[in-house]
Design a protein around this ligand. Structure first.
Ligand SMILES: NC(=O)c1ccc[n+]([C@@H]2O[C@H](COP(=O)([O-])OP(=O)(O)OC[C@H]3O[C@@H](n4cnc5c(N)ncnc54)[C@H](O)[C@@H]3O)[C@@H](O)[C@H]2O)c1
Length: 429
């Protein structure tokens, strides 16, 4: 089946490469000419496990191509995926500028029946909105349907998540589009939930807001654990054995970040506001998360005995391990605050140095974890990369000026570190 994917970012590129792997003919289209040039040569501009080989293999087989010519990509495809960004605007609402732009491009290129699939995370009512924008921009009417098909992949395991999804949600009022979509995804073994477009759009926001709530809940519990002398890791474990609760998203830490949870929680709050519902619970989730970022700064400040002139080493900048994505990463917040409060900060991340560099004015960038630790009074672990768990901490100890570790991900062993002579501070333990 002929597909085009408009927007070759994290979601679009994974979607395109995976559809090609399933045997479809796919064109990835983007306005970013440099990105398209790189992709056409088989170079993937983001760090995502298995993606580079998938792209290279499907380029070679001819199942996958890339172009900046969106008009041609649409006119040659029956399935047109919209996978552009939907960032927050100043009121916290999802900014649909890119989606509208793509809808107008699609309208200009439609000649025969198309299924337009919105995979970007968009507010309720956006399926109708895209339909309207296309209809209003078409010179001559051609048949098309717009489908809401939210994406649930996680950065770091995106290819696996696409190929083995927990569910496929298809939101449409058109029987024809539903049949075509079911056919398109025939190669995937997953439950398919067919629903109306508004419910499909709501499923995505509700899912992300629920997961964010779990994170804020366990962080609030972690703060209480610190006050009463309990260990949040034991508490999470004891809770997680209950099937109704589960182990996922119950790790205390610096708060959630990334390109989805923060903006999607804000967007859901804005949707609620617009519809006259005061979503107090979600307000609390967002507030706890912001406070958690701030608590991490306070922990470092305490460990350093004040931040003015303090030398701090930072391990990890990505919003989580196994990605180079630093969008709304708690690590960026913490590093910026440390610098603002007068500390001299040297950072290191195995994959996110290039994405973080333009975001961190005033920080020093180290070649490796040991260089970040050298001369530091406090070493702060902000992303749970495996390589930080297996550092030679005896060597780290010798390199540091005053051996103190703040482990915001609870991924190091305090007993071992304390034996070596470190002062150790985790979260909720
Ligand atoms: N990143 C994730 O983990 C994830 C997971 C699920 C859903 N989502 C949602 O998917 C959407 C895309 O997210 P992303 O992280 O892939 O974004 P991204 O910023 O990585 O990629 C967006 C791409 O769209 C391109 N683009 C922008 N305007 C364009 C236009 N008019 N025509 C063609 N291309 C255009 C950009 O150049 C960029 O390559 C968002 O709505 C996001 O909320 C993201």
């Amino acid at each position: 089946m002929n597909c085009c994917v408009i927007g070759t970012g994290y979601v679009g590129l994974v979607t395109g490469a995976c559809l090609a792997e399933l045997g479809h003919t796919v064109v990835g289209a983007d306005t970013d000419a440099r990105k398209i040039e790189m992709l056409s040569e088989g170079h993937v501009p983001i760090y995502e496990a298995e993606l580079e080989s998938l792209v290279a293999g499907n380029l070679e087989s001819g199942n996958l191509n890339f172009t900046t010519d969106i008009h041609r990509a649409v006119s040659e495809s029956e399935f047109v995926f919209i996978t552009v960004g939907t960032p927050s605007d100043i009121d916290g609402k999802a900014d649909l500028t890119q989606v509208d732009e793509v809808a107008r491009e699609i309208a200009a290129a439609i000649e025969g029946y198309k299924v337009v699939i919105n995979k970007s995370t968009v507010p309720v009512g956006s399926t109708k909105r895209v339909q309207r924008v296309i209809e209003e921009s078409m010179e001559e009417y051609h048949e098309f349907d717009v489908v809401s098909n939210p994406e649930f992949l996680r950065e770091g395991t995106a290819v696996l998540d696409f190929m083995k999804p927990s569910r496929i949600v298809i939101g449409s009022d058109s029987q024809k589009a539903i049949m075509r979509m079911t056919e398109l995804y025939r190669g995937l073994n997953a439950p398919i939930l067919v629903t109306d477009p508004v419910s499909a759009e709501m499923i995505k926001y509700a899912s992300n807001a629920f997961l964010a709530s779990k994170v804020s809940f366990i962080n609030a519990v972690a703060n209480l654990c610190e006050a009463v002398g309990a260990d949040v890791r034991e508490v999470s474990l004891g809770m997680g054995y209950d099937d109704r609760i589960g182990f996922e998203f119950l790790k205390a830490g610096p708060g959630y970040g990334g390109s989805c949870f923060p903006k999607d929680c804000r967007a859901l709050l804005a949707i609620a506001r617009d519809h006259g519902y005061h979503f107090e619970l979600l307000e609390g989730v967002i507030k706890v998360n912001q406070e958690q970022h701030e608590k991490m700064v306070e922990k470092v400040e305490r460990a350093a005995g004040g931040l003015e002139g303090a030398r701090i080493g930072v391990l990890g900048l990505a919003f989580k391990a196994n990605t180079d994505d630093v969008r709304e990463s708690p690590a960026l917040y913490v590093v910026r605050q440390l610098i603002e409060k007068g500390a001299s900060v040297t950072v290191y991340d195995p994959q996110a140095m290039d994405t973080a560099r333009p975001e961190l004015e005033g920080a020093g960038f180290a070649e490796d974890a040991y260089q970040a630790a050298a001369g530091a009074q406090v070493l702060v672990l902000l992303t749970e990369w495996d390589e930080f768990k297996w550092l030679d901490y005896a060597r780290v100890m010798q390199l540091m000026d005053c051996p103190s570790i703040v482990d915001t991900r609870n991924c190091l062993d305090p007993t071992v570190l304390r034996k070596l002579g470190f002062t150790y501070e985790g979260v909720g333990r």
